[in-house]
Design a protein around this ligand. Structure first.
Ligand SMILES: Nc1ncnc2c1ncn2[C@@H]1O[C@H](COP(=O)(O)OP(=O)(O)OP(=O)(O)O)[C@@H](O)[C@H]1O
Length: 249
């Protein structure tokens, strides 16, 4: 098992992982490893099981068969659409929530935590909004604030579900820079994405998923026209033929 620059192992391994919703197969018999410091995009057609896989890696959804082993502290960024913007919270408090996650809610916040939250808001270009309620933010600004929270949380493994959906290109560029920082720091990142050209440009590893792995490895080897077409063929098959996995039946 590899370690990061500080000697920490922060990898996730899945072994024969199958995930179901009643009789519907979402992920079938997936095996492989997200190595320490890897920066992996998870791509595939709609309904391929990407969000379900991330939920299982985050420990939110349990395995119907097989297992997930993780090492290191995890942080999970759910899709933006799952967040209630009307929740009464200031932008700085949202960033500071990363310190609660890191240290536990029973410990008080320190001056250092507040400085880190302000530095994180500056990193994502949101300093001017620190004292605004999150309900005042646009979708892209809210995503910047959620990244600030992740910066403060400082987890070893980051799981991000479609972080750039409905986010403009300026914000995407800023958040990709933050992901590059995390990559340089040796964090392990697993990101669900739809934009194949973005994946080719920024993510060294890719898991191409269509219920099971079509391919998993270096992005250039995985994102070939042939393998992408195979993923789409697989999607056509499961749309015609709902349940086929013996575990989920
Ligand atoms: N809560 C749920 N209850 C029942 N079925 C679900 C649930 N969530 C997802 N599914 C089903 O599981 C399969 C995988 O869904 P999932 O959301 O993981 O796919 P995805 O690859 O993330 O798709 P997309 O690209 O459209 O976001 C789909 O067939 C979907 O209909």
């Amino acid at each position: 098992m590899g370690t990061d620059r500080l000697g920490h192992a922060s990898m996730i391994e899945v072994h024969h992982l199958t995930l179901c919703y009643r009789d519907r197969t979402a992920v079938h018999a997936l095996s492989g490893r997200f190595e320490t410091g890897s920066h992996t995009a998870v791509v595939g057609p709609n309904g391929a099981g990407k969000s379900t896989l991330l939920a299982a890696l985050a420990g939110i959804k349990s395995a119907d068969q097989g297992h997930v082993h993780s090492h290191g502290k995890l942080a999970f960024l759910a899709q933006l659409s799952t967040l209630d913007k009307q929740f009464p919270l200031m932008v700085r408090e949202l960033a500071l929530a990363g310190a609660w996650s890191r240290r536990g809610a029973w410990r008080g916040l320190s001056k250092q935590d507040r400085l880190q939250a302000d530095a994180a808001l500056e990193r994502v270009g949101l300093s001017d909004f620190a004292n605004a309620p999150i309900s005042n933010l646009s979708g892209g600004q809210l995503q910047r604030a959620r990244f600030a929270r992740l910066i403060v949380e400082d987890a070893d493994v980051l799981l991000l579900d479609e972080p750039f959906a409905n986010v403009d290109s300026t914000t995407v560029d800023k958040l990709l820079e933050v992901q590059d920082d995390w990559h340089r720091q040796g964090k392990t990142q697993i990101t669900v994405l739809h934009d194949i050209s973005q994946v080719r440009a920024h993510y060294p590893q890719t898991l191409l998923l269509a219920q099971s792995a079509i391919a998993w490895g270096n992005t250039a080897d995985v994102l070939t026209n042939e393998l992408l077409a195979e993923a789409n063929r697989r999607a056509q098959h499961w749309r015609n033929d709902a349940a086929w996995c013996e575990v989920c039946e």
